[in-house]
Design a protein around this ligand. Structure first.
Ligand code: AMP
Length: 110
């Protein structure tokens, strides 16, 4: 079982922000911005490469709800999903990073 499936199963604790039947939002353990929340589907999907369109529509709505709850919806925020090795994906369970709470830099990558 992957680490995020263990969080969903309650085997590993997490700092929950919001949840519904299909998705869970929790604080990243190693934040890189004042607000750094991860959003994951409760079923194991490896990455954006494997996700279906219906889930993408629903998770986008959920991400906006999370941003509202975190108080960053109006001022703006960034949503990132890393895919595979070159994308820097460390956990092989689809997740979206929600970053905000400050004016975010746009670093040169690579
Ligand atoms: P990625 O590199 O896109 O796969 O991102 C994985 C993210 O998961 C990193 O930002 C980690 O800090 C975060 N992470 C790993 N384990 C945990 C955990 N147990 N609770 C919360 N965040 C975690």
């Amino acid at each position: 079982m992957c680490i995020f499936c263990k969080i969903i199963a309650g085997e590993i604790p997490s700092n929950k922000v919001l949840e519904n039947e299909e998705f869970l939002a929790f604080n990243d353990i190693n934040p890189i911005a004042p607000v750094h929340i991860l959003v994951i589907p409760k079923i194991h999907i490896k990455s954006l490469n494997e996700v279906d369109n219906e889930t993408i529509v629903k998770i986008t709505e959920f991400i906006k709800e999370v941003a509202k709850k975190a108080g960053i919806f109006e001022d703006g925020y960034r949503v990132i999903t890393n895919i595979g090795e070159n994308g820097g994906q460390e956990v092989p369970h689809l997740h979206f990073h929600i970053l905000g709470g400050t004016k975010l830099a746009w670093p040169k990558l690579g």
